[in-house]
Design a protein around this ligand. Structure first.
Ligand code: SF4
Ligand code: FES
Length: 375
């Protein structure tokens, strides 16, 4: 019998990204090496998702400059490379925020992604959690050079829980990987090619299987939204708390974030890490099933662990009116004893403001207000 050959683990590679040197295992992508350093050095990623095999290489937001290929061959790479799809070499030197070429190219990619994407953040459920919104703030231009008709689509209900706004989709393919890798049966995909490409269900089949809700979590924009949460609240007015339950579905990790307003649970999502990806537990991605996500909307369904830690740079951390002081006077007091004839009070909804309409001319009967439906 031949002697057993002991395989030694290959030595780590040294890579320098924006002047910071780290060691990583061979086979690590530049993006994942940068994630080990963290902070601004890490390129943005709109299509790569570490928990989805085969993802990446579609959006080009993660482009970086390779100033030296390796110690053995220190020539620079002539073109910018997609950091999610390029592996590090020993002695590689990479530039991200220290490269003007990269910043310029990224601004171009953002302009390209926004060619057809509506700027409807004020009414989009993803606002505050949208990676394209963040990129737009960092690299977007004030104006547009696009003169042609934009692609528009009708909103489409794809299944009982998900609505598709194809106009917002950036064709990152993440949702198709979720369907392929998590659910029994993929019934949606990217149809047509080039400027005609769109996400849709095949022959109008609806997406209805136990893990389909994870598509909402991986969608980097507001193209796939949770129908049970749509327009219920702005995400920065909600309070995220970590919670868990013993889920009977063995593929479901049962660990979630509850997005609460008072005691009401408005939304249930998987827990996200600092890159906006679902967190891993015991080396496995923490995907959650549709029962946990859509059917367990009472705080009593869950064991609450405590507040979710949210980056202080996120808009979600900004919108809590800590130490809110309500005025002591009643309205009659500030109006010199008069009671308002009509009062629209939205305190209970937003805790932000109230609108007093007491001084409109004409008799009280003429002060009628219509909602958007004219009712
Ligand atoms: S719907 Fe969302 S996840 Fe799916 S391809 Fe479009 S942007 Fe990506
Ligand atoms: S994240 Fe690398 S190409 Fe999209």
């Amino acid at each position: 019998m031949a002697d057993e050959v002991k395989k030694e683990a290959p030595a780590n590679f040294k890579v320098t990204i924006d002047n910071i040197t780290i060691e990583v295992a061979p086979g690590t992508s530049i993006l994942n090496a940068a994630r080990k350093i963290g902070g601004d050095v890490t390129p943005p990623a709109m299509c790569y998702y570490s928990k989805l095999q085969g993802s990446g290489g579609k959006c080009r937001t993660c482009l970086v400059e390779v100033a030296a290929g390796s110690t053995a061959d220190p020539r620079p790479m002539p073109k910018l490379v997609a950091s999610c799809r390029t592996n590090v070499m020993d002695g590689m030197i990479v530039k991200n925020i220290t490269s003007e070429r990269v910043q310029d190219a990224r601004a171009g990619v953002v302009e390209f992604l926004l060619l057809n994407h509506p700027l409807d953040c004020p009414i989009c459920d993803q606002a505050g959690e949208c990676h394209l919104q963040d990129l737009g703030y960092e690299h977007g231009k004030e104006g547009t050079r696009y003169e042609f008709k934009r692609r528009t689509f009708e909103k489409e209900d794809i299944g009982p829980y998900i609505q598709l706004h194809m106009t917002r989709c950036i064709l990152c393919y993440r949702c198709t990987y979720v369907a392929d890798q998590l659910t029994d049966n993929r019934v949606h995909g990217i149809l047509d090619r080039g400027d005609h490409a769109e996400i849709s269900t095949y022959i109008s089949k609806s997406i209805d299987n136990d893990f389909s809700g994870n598509m909402i979590d991986v969608c980097p924009v507001g193209a796939l939204t949770d129908k049970t949460f749509r327009f219920k609240n702005r995400v920065w007015f909600t309070k995220p708390v970590d919670a868990h339950r013993d889920c009977e579905n063995e593929k479901c990790c049962g660990k979630v974030t509850l997005w609460q307003r008072g005691d009401d649970v408005l939304r249930v999502t998987s827990r996200k890490d600092e890159w906006g990806e679902v967190q891993s537990y015991d080396g496995k991605p923490g995907w959650i099933c549709n029962t946990c996500r859509f059917d367990k909307k009472k705080a009593s369904d869950w064991v609450i662990e405590g507040p979710t830690s949210i980056s202080r740079h996120s808009v979600i951390s900004q919108g809590h009116y800590v130490g809110l002081q309500k005025p002591k006077e009643t309205i009659a007091e500030v109006m010199g004893g008069r009671e308002p004839k009509l009062l629209m009070d939205i305190h209970s909804i937003s805790d932000v403001n109230s609108v007093e309409i007491a001084s409109l001319p004409g008799p009280a009967t003429s002060k009628t207000f219509k909602n958007v439906n004219g009712e």
